[in-house]
Design a protein around this ligand. Sequence first.
Ligand SMILES: Cc1ncc(COP(=O)(O)O)c(C=O)c1O
Length: 491
Amino acid sequence: MKALNLSILPVASLNNDGQKRAKYLTISQAIRDAIKDGKVKSLEQLPSARQLALQLNTNRHTIMAAFNELIAQGWIVSKERKGYFVAEDLPVNGSKKTKPITQNVSNFRWEFTKNVESSPIQSAVKYRYNFAGGTPDISLFPFNEFKSYISDAFSRPNLGELNYGNTAGYSPLIEQITEYLRRTRALTGRDIVITNGSQEALYILSQILLSGGCSVATEAMGYQPAWRSFISSGASVVSIKQDTKGMIPEALEEAIARQIKIGLPIKLIYLTPLHQYPTTVTLPINRRHAIYRIASAHNIAIIEDDYDHEYHYRCQPLAPMASDDPNRLVIYLSTFSKVMFPGARIGFMALDRTLSNAVVNYKTIVNHKVSVPMQDAIARWMQAGDFERYLRKTTKIYHQRRDFMVQQLAHYQGLGKVKSFAVPDGGMAMWVELNQSAKWLAKKAANSHIFIQQEEQFFVDKAQSKDRFIRLGFAGMSIENIELGLKLIFE
Ligand SMILES: Cc1ncc(COP(=O)(O)O)c(C=O)c1O
């Protein structure tokens, strides 16, 4: 094949590139562009290095270096004693194309082995007024302050921790959380495992403790993402009756017997004892003890989801069940989603050593570890005391918002729009009884760009809904917006 006319290359641009690039790279790029533009076709021969050097007024070694670069990238090939040729398969978009399959083409269909329906959890962010129950006010977050800890994490990185390994979590963050749990939740002597939010903890626990032949007991109303995790392992979810104080121990005992009979024994109890999700009531001590005794007698583990314990306004919150756990059967979960924002994706488990080893081993299959720079920044934030300062600030603000909402609901109760409500000791939402259909009100609110959740959404067994309760979050909204939003809902 005859050598190509060198004038096809954009030679002029070679000398006024303007950038300090090695000349051979500029030349190899010009040849590559010529190939890409189709000015030189696949299998065509390139001019020799000597010819090209003459034309470009450079030396042969520079051209050889350019050719070698193009060979390494797959654009040209060298043929012994013949010269340089454009490659047959060009790496046009970074990958080599293969010949398309034209025979035996069928209509391929995915066969899913898990439920892949979209989550029933709705995104509330697009609503003008967002009364979603567990939403923190992210606009209060001290982004500038936190930025300096992120910056420190990158300025003085711990190179060893940035690698694989240390699956349980970044040790300075584990130390901070251990100390924090000791002081605020009377929790000691447990292993900490940092997770990608508490959702990952629920998923891992479901995968290693559950199977198709068993079930999980939950409060009749609860947190759907947790159930979805349990169900993903093949287990079924058993709804246990609750009243105004939370799960009823006698109902749990009956369900345990029933499930054994049908061959789907209960292996786990999932509880939100401090602020029951969604009703916000605190499970009293006598019920905690009764449930614990029942769990111990039947070799059942308890997952205690302590998702928003930071926000408690009346006295100190009750210590978690995990702090009085002689049989080491309580798995404690918590999260930074409420004290920072859900997108931080940092949660943790505090658990017994015999379980934590299994959790850590399984976690390597899921995602190896949680983002180390984020863990590092949070550890620095906690150590400096800024985390708890921010907590004190938000607790005060949320407390004021709760009191404001109580005052507003009392007003609407006076107008006959609200039937009853209990003032929650803590948490981020209120559970409110109406004189009308909760579903209808939520629909009407949505039409006015207001997000509220209604009773039926929280039931395991939807038929149990009396269609009278709504959950109103107060933490995530300013007092002005709470007032305006409630006005639109009730007037
Ligand atoms: C009961 C409950 N547990 C846990 C979480 C937090 O989940 P994550 O840590 O995965 O963001 C929430 C958030 O809404 C919740 O309501």
